[in-house]
Design a protein around this ligand. Structure first.
Ligand code: PLP
Length: 410
């Protein structure tokens, strides 16, 4: 790198990001371990990335979508920025147990991208609250948007973010009565990283709280399809009164393995309004038509195929596969006497290592078992002392990882 620099100042918000996004640091430590142990096969239970092949119906939908583009009758260029009418209707009808109008469904290139756009929608003045621990994008995206204020000197968080601790002691549901004032709450259920899934009573409490305070819930339901207990809500919109106080981000990534294909959606109910009476959906529509140009038409063809009867049946079986992995990990941790949570309605297991920091527990398991996990402290201050185990992986590798844990830590 030479000495030349431009006259452009760095955006201070980027400088405010805490050092190293969690996953690059995990990858660095893994590489370091592998260099020191070149003959050892490292197994990762660390990332939330899907590993299994697309199901046949979905692969066929993608293939036919691409083939159509290769014919003059089937070719199409830009489509509706909000997504194809057919896909919007299919999402509303097939994935929700409560009434959602297709016009309230905005198809996108994924939930993470929508979360980034949400922060631009609400602006830097919006005071943000998160569950602690939380999927890192809510906080880091708020920092980039300039809504998070300065980082605390000890690296434990940001002055402008309200962290609502979620731990075994409160059943991973925040003590709302003690929450400071905020405008926007990111709430993720089933939760990444804790694997907790909010009950109907908890979500009723959340909606009642939001209505009392006049705040908006940005509900992240990216793992809704992993819920096995039929009594648990799959959407915030199953809760009466939620349509005035919530929007919901969702994704095809985890249910049908579209992490690389990219397809998601956000539901913005028409009743949700800003303090001046403007519909939030009006500005969201403007956001999607201005800063987004529509999800890939091939990806949408794949998404539509996933929502046929056959596609949905295949989706159930691939979710059952990953949840089989979760059961193996959970049973192994139980046999080791490691307190653990989640893993029944979410593909994550949240394991507690009393007396150890998250990075100490991470290093201990990497060095002894050559198994990569994710340090809980990377998800927020309340994650300290925990590790997240992900159920995304090939079955034989997950089984081998569990055998190693039991052999080395038992
Ligand atoms: N929301 C949560 C809670 C996630 O865990 C993830 C991915 O890990 C996403 C959103 C991102 O989803 P997408 O692939 O649709 O961007």
């Amino acid at each position: 790198m030479g000495d030349y620099v431009t006259r452009v100042s760095r955006n201070q918000n980027f400088a405010n990001l805490s050092a190293g996004y969690l996953f690059p640091e995990v990858a660095r430590r893994r590489r370091d371990f592998q260099e020191r142990n070149p003959g050892t096969k490292v197994i990762s239970l660390g990332v939330g990335n899907t590993t299994e092949a697309l199901s046949p119906r979905v692969a066929e939908g993608l293939r036919l979508g691409a083939e159509r583009l290769g014919t003059s009758e089937g070719y199409s260029g830009y489509g509706d920025e909000q997504g194809s009418g057919e896909l919007r209707a299919a999402i509303a009808e097939r994935l929700y147990r409560c009434p959602i109008a297709p016009s309230e469904v905005f198809v996108s290139d994924g939930a993470k991208c929508d979360i980034g756009r949400l922060q631009a929608l609400f602006g830097r003045e919006a005071r943000v609250a998160v569950q602690d621990p939380a999927y890192p994008v809510y906080v880091d995206g708020s920092v980039i948007a300039g809504a998070a204020g300065a980082p605390a000197a000890d690296g434990s968080g940001y002055a402008g973010i309200a962290y609502l601790p979620c731990a075994p002691g409160n059943d991973f549901f925040p003590e709302l009565s003690q929450a400071p004032e905020f405008d926007l709450l990111y709430f993720c259920s089933p939760n990444n990283p804790t694997g907790a899934c909010a009950t109907r009573a908890q979500l009723e409490e959340l909606v009642a709280f939001a209505r009392r305070r006049g705040t908006i819930i940005a509900y992240d339901a990216a793992y809704a399809e992993y819920i096995s207990d039929p009594t648990l809500p799959r959407s915030i919109f199953e809760i009466p009164g939620s349509r005035e106080v919530a929007l919901e981000v969702n994704s095809f990534s985890k249910p049908i393995g579209f992490t690389g294909v990219r397809l998601g959606w956000t539901v913005v109910p028409e009743e949700l309004r800003f303090s001046d009476g403007t519909q939030v959906s009006k500005d969201w529509n403007r956001m999607m038509t201005t800063l987004f140009n529509g999800a890939s038409n091939v990806a949408q063809a794949g998404g539509l195929a996933a929502l046929t009867d056959e596609g949905l049946a295949e989706m159930r079986s691939s979710i059952a596969y990953y949840m089989g992995n979760a059961a193996l990990i959970k049973a192994g941790l139980d046999r080791l006497g490691v307190p653990n949570y989640g893993g029944t309605d979410a593909p994550y297991i949240w394991a507690q290592f009393p007396g150890k920091s998250s990075w100490q527990a991470f290093e201990g398991i990497l060095e002894a078992c050559a198994v990569v996990t994710t340090p809980g402290s990377g998800f927020g201050p309340a994650g300290e002392g925990f590790l997240r185990f992900s159920a995304f992986g090939h079955r034989e590798e997950v089984a081998e990882a569990v055998r190693r844990l039991e052999a080395k830590l038992g």
